[in-house]
Structure formats: structure tokens, C-alpha cells
Design a protein around this ligand. Structure first.
Ligand SMILES: [Zn+2]
Length: 340
């Protein structure tokens, strides 16, 4: 079978590997059809000092496919069924796992495609408890965006920031994979959405997704623009993932008692914050990473109701690296999908 592996930092190789053994008991073998790219892939590709891993490492952290075979004691799946997979090897038995807080597993075995072999291969065996059925009417290309992009946003906006209909939300980098999802999810429940983009072409696209106000952060200070748009009140929620460059500005955009939820630091990991401002304004800052299996089911249900991901580009497996370069260039609007 084909497998795309990282053999050194910034070096990918398409290898021909033996197919995996038939699925063991309580396992499902999945034939991968689509892998979606995330910034996580870019971090892995560039090499990160803190990530313990061994080369060669099969890449791909987010994917969809079809059940190829099932092991003994698997009754929930049949060959041919469309599925997605939870991308972290959780234990399934610790307190967090038992309570459905999968992304807080105490014995996680690693993130697939980052610490351990990922999904960019023809066949993969997975524990059945980490496999989630794709509802009718959702394409595998779209479903591939559920395990990370959609579910991360679902977890951030609804589990963590407790976004309510009628509230105002600032979505940083509305053209990014998760930013575009956040705009659509917030609009779908009747929020007012303000978003930032880096150029005017992206501004038009963000408006087409439903954003009520779009700020070009290269020509306008977004903090000032948000204060103006909200009559100096500020927003209820900020959806942050861009990091050091924007974090303090994002805090300034919050109304008193507002919530900032963040899942990324693309522009840098460190900043200083004003503690007086933090407690006087009663801000809530919430860190978010990954999602639960429930969030993936919720994401797929939203897709089945018509909330489709924004697809920037679809490339074949051989062009995985070109997809990563495009992601790195920030020219992208929406998700990049690699098909098999
Ligand atoms: Zn666990």
C-alpha cells in the first residue's frame, strides 16, 4: 500500500509498505479516501523541538475513508460504510475518557500524523471506539474536515466559550481553515460575526460566508475597528488562534465579562497580559485543544444539515507537500484536501 512518510524535517517520501494485518478484535480497518490539512501538519513537517517522534512517520492527522474490514466483536460497522477517525490514541479507560472528555485523556498515546503514524496511507487499523460513522449525504471530502477543523471549532465556540444566539463574536483570521468554519457555525445560530482577513479578495469571500463585518488587518487596526463597530462596547466572544501578534488586541475587543477562547499561536507563542485589565474587566480566557468524539458527531450532523466546509484546494496524494506549502504561504481560504 502507499504511505506518505516524513523521513526528516521538511522531507516527505511516498513509500510502498506492506498492507496492515487483518483487523484484530474490536478493530476496524479503514481505506483512506481523503486527508485534510491543518496547521498541525505544518508544525510536524517543519519539525518541533518538543514533539517526541521517530522517523519515518506517516503524516496526516485528519481523514475520512470507508470501512474495508472489521475484526471480531465489531458489530457497529460494515465494510463499505463511510467513516472518520478520532486522531489521538486515547486510552478509553481513564476518568476523562469515560466522561467523554477524550481530549483530556490521561494516558494518550500520541496524535496521529504528529507523534505516531497518521492517516496518509491506503489502509489503517483503528480501535472501533475511535471510528465515527459519516451520515448520509456528507461527502468523504467534506467529512475529512470533521475530526479536527470542525470539531475544534465546535468545542471552542460551544463547549468552552458557551456562545449563545444573538451574541457578537470576533473571529480572527476568517480565511483560515478553522476561521471559515467558525464564521459559518456562529452565523448558523444567529450571531453577529466580525472577522479579520489579510487582503481584500479574502474580505469578499468572508462576506460571502455570512460575516457581517470584515476588517482587513493590514490596512486597519482591528481593535479600533471592533470598538467602532460595537459602539465601544466590545464583543461577547473572541475566537483566537493567531497568537502573539493579535492576542492583546483580541483582549481589548472584549466587552466586560467577555470570553476569549484560543487554540493556536501561529504568529508566536509568548505575550504579556495586563492582569489589572484581566480582573477588572472580568475576562475569561479559555485554552482549547482538540475536541471530543461527541464534537465530531455534532460536526458531522451539522454537515448533514448543510453546513459544508469551505474547500480551498483539492490535491492528489503526490502533491501533499504542495498543499503544505500553500497552507504555509497564508494564501489559502478554507481547507486543503488531499485525495487518494
Ligand atoms: Zn484516557
Amino acid at each position: 500500500m502507499r504511505a506518505l512518510a516524513l523521513i526528516a524535517d521538511r522531507k516527505l517520501e511516498l513509500a510502498d509498505l506492506p498492507a496492515p494485518a487483518p483487523p484484530a478484535a474490536r478493530e476496524v480497518q479503514v481505506r483512506i479516501k481523503a486527508v485534510a490539512l491543518n496547521h498541525l501538519d505544518l508544525w510536524g513537517y517543519r519539525g518541533m523541538a518538543f514533539a517526541k517522534r521517530r522517523f519515518p512517520l506517516v503524516v496526516g492527522a485528519e481523514a475520512a475513508g470507508e470501512v474495508a474490514a472489521v475484526g471480531a466483536n465489531v458489530t457497529a460497522f460494515k465494510p463499505g460504510e463511510p467513516v472518520v477517525m478520532y486522531g489521538a490514541l486515547t486510552c478509553g479507560t481513564c476518568k476523562a475518557c469515560r466522561e467523554g472528555r477524550d481530549n483530556l485523556c490521561e494516558n494518550v498515546g500520541g496524535i496521529m500524523g504528529f507523534h505516531v503514524d497518521g492517516f496518509a496511507r491506503d489502509l489503517v487499523n483503528m480501535p472501533a471506539r475511535l471510528v465515527i460513522p459519516v451520515p448520509a449525504g456528507v461527502s468523504l471530502r467534506d467529512a475529512a474536515c470533521a475530526p479536527i477543523a470542525f470539531s475544534t471549532v465546535q468545542h471552542m465556540l460551544f463547549d468552552n466559550a458557551k456562545l449563545e444566539p444573538g451574541e457578537t463574536v470576533l473571529v480572527q483570521a476568517g480565511g483560515s481553515g478553522i476561521g471559515s468554519v467558525a464564521i459559518k457555525m456562529a452565523k448558523a445560530i444567529g450571531c453577529t460575526v466580525i472577522t479579520t482577513v489579510g487582503d481584500d479578495a479574502k474580505a469578499d469571500k468572508a462576506r460571502a460566508l455570512g460575516a457581517d463585518h470584515v476588517i482587513n488587518y493590514r490596512t486597519d487596526r482591528f481593535e479600533g475597528a471592533v470598538r467602532k463597530l460595537t459602539a465601544k462596547k466590545g464583543v461577547d466572544v473572541v475566537f483566537e488562534h493567531t497568537g502573539a501578534e493579535t492576542f492583546n488586541g483580541s483582549l481589548l475587543c472584549l466587552k466586560r465579562g467577555g470570553r476569549l477562547v484560543t487554540c493556536g499561536a501561529t504568529s508566536g507563542p509568548s505575550t504579556t497580559i495586563n492582569l489589572m485589565q484581566l480582573f477588572q474587566q472580568q475576562y475569561r480566557i479559555i485554552g482549547s485543544f482538540g475536541a471530543s468524539i461527541r464534537n465530531i458527531r455534532e460536526s458531522l450532523a451539522k454537515m448533514a444539515q448543510g453546513l459544508a466546509p469551505v474547500i480551498d484546494t483539492v490535491v492528489p496524494l503526490a502533491d501533499f507537500e504542495r498543499g503544505l506549502t500553500r497552507l504555509e504561504s497564508r494564501q489559502v481560504f478554507g481547507k486543503i484536501i488531499v485525495t487518494f
